[in-house]
Ligand binder design. Sequence first.
Ligand code: 5GP
Length: 191
Amino acid sequence: MKGEKYLFVVSGPSGTGKDTVVAKLLGDHPEIKKTVSATTRAMREGEVDGVSYHFLSREHFKEALDAGGIVEYTCYCDNYYGTLRSEVERHMKACQPVILVIEVEGAGNIKKLYPGATTIFVLPPDMAELERRLRVRGTESEETIQKRLRRAETEIARSADYDEHVVNDVVQDCSDRIHDIIRNRLMQSDE
Ligand code: 5GP
């Protein structure tokens, strides 16, 4: 589909700091946008409905899915997360680079649907640092932290399928590296 080169998928284990990196990137380069996903997870402190996510009940999520409004979705640690078709297509049509921050299964599905999309995996410096970052965040219970750490191991094992890999050691450096990837891709033709 025309416009696929404008799609950039960013994944990384929970706690790797990918949201911070992407926030830095968007702040430095306002021409780059980010899709707002739908989720059934509870809102965290500081999150805003319609900005962080579209927070939906399970019933509303299913309705959107049945109506074809969700291009990919997954169940992640007992909650549903999905990319809205409208979010992806409006940026492709406008020839505007857009980032989807989604987990590995969704990334694979986006790549199948839009082969011209670029997938980028953000790695933590090491697993001990990942666990430390998850705990410092202080937003999850011990049970959820353990679930997210187990999920991190399987996600890292699947990261070989990604087009690009970046390590989040220093936020600014990692954000700059992703920006280089985006700039290089936009200079290529739209296949
Ligand atoms: P969190 O609960 O920490 O906000 O997100 C949990 C995981 O779900 C993260 O890896 C995040 O990237 C992923 N995620 C967020 N939105 C979507 C989505 O629309 N689709 C998929 N497949 N994953 C998502």
